[in-house]
Design a protein around this ligand. Structure first.
Ligand code: HEM
Length: 144
């Protein structure tokens, strides 16, 4: 179960990161070109929103079965080690904050009425979320 979840979390990371980046750039171009925000734009933003939520769900389960997740926090010693602190504390906390911001961006865009404001809500919140996520990826184990 652990290995399967770790692979799923690793593979989904590519999809979620690519979707967030593409939707963010797409929304930025939409705002700059002053065009109307359509239902297609909303659905497009929803794909990145859903992918990041699936990643959140898989991450939460992984956190409790992984040897470098919650067990490190309870076992002690994690706070003194940089890599252990990353997977046991910083990566989960920062990513949950990032996904909350992405959700605010998407939900606010649905409620706003002006097209430019809708695009702005998406590119700003998805952009901040993406920077936060990228700042706390365990690169050493993912691509190393
Ligand atoms: C969009 C959000 C997220 C992205 C893009 C992401 C991405 C990643 C990546 C690329 C890895 C390294 C995988 C590997 O070494 O094969 C990883 C590891 C991990 N992630 Fe996430 N993650 C996200 C959210 C979360 C959340 C919310 C949690 C927990 C609440 C979480 C828990 C973990 C844990 C515990 C590991 C270490 C797994 C291990 O090596 O045993 N992740 N994550």
């Amino acid at each position: 179960m652990y290995i399967g979840l770790k692979h799923a979390h690793s593979g989904l990371a590519y999809l979620a990161l690519a979707a967030l980046l593409i939707v963010m750039i797409y929304a930025l171009i939409g705002a700059l070109s002053n065009r109307e925000f359509t239902e297609k734009d909303r659905k497009f933003a929803m794909i990145a929103f859903i992918l990041s939520h699936i990643q959140l769900l898989v991450g939460l389960i992984l956190y409790f079965v992984s040897p470098v997740g919650f067990s490190l926090l309870t076992g002690g010693g994690a706070m003194g080690d940089k890599i252990a602190r990353l997977t046991a504390l910083e990566h989960p906390v920062i990513n949950i904050i990032a996904i909350v911001l992405i959700s605010v961006g998407y939900i606010r865009a649905k409620k706003l009425t002006e097209s430019r404001a809708k695009f702005r809500s998406i590119y700003m919140m998805y952009g901040i979320g993406l920077v936060l996520i990228l700042s706390r990826i365990p690169w050493h184990s993912w691509l190393g």
